[in-house]
Design a protein around this ligand. Sequence first.
Ligand code: FES
Length: 177
Amino acid sequence: MAQAQGLDVTPANKITPEKIREGIDVEINGRAFRHTGDPEMPLLWYLRDVLRLTGTKFSGEHGLGGADLVLVNNKLVAAVTVAVKTLQGKKVTTVEGLAAPDGKLHPLQQAFVDEDAIGCGYCTPGWLMASVDLLNRHPQPNDNDIDQLPNLCRCGCQTRVRRAIKRAAMAIAGGKA
Ligand code: FES
């Protein structure tokens, strides 16, 4: 029928089936997932479009604004720059994985709330992930350490973000978190 309509149809015996893709096993926020889709898919879109973990935001095609930062095996990376095929056996942490299982906020999340360091919120997940990484490297960061984070905020929250990161650092050091 398709030929009768002038469409070019490949006969069934001429079709080469696509090779069955192997699954890519990755742990995200402590849960195991197997990706069987396009192995070239950037992690950002796997998180947002497949898993519906929409906390991580698009931050330009190279991730330069910092809103798509996540941790892969505890290393800070821009999710848009990482293809899922590179994640076999790795552990990813996104902003959704920061709070405790009982819902208690991570000290950084709590400090961002307490310092009102959130404007529209678009940049906030990236700040939080970059700050987790920063406090892992510098438990008591100074202004210069914080200012070197790659994150941008169009709402002008940088000063309050600074205060929030220092507040979280103190809370963690004081065992209040
Ligand atoms: S809070 Fe709006 S971009 Fe940072």
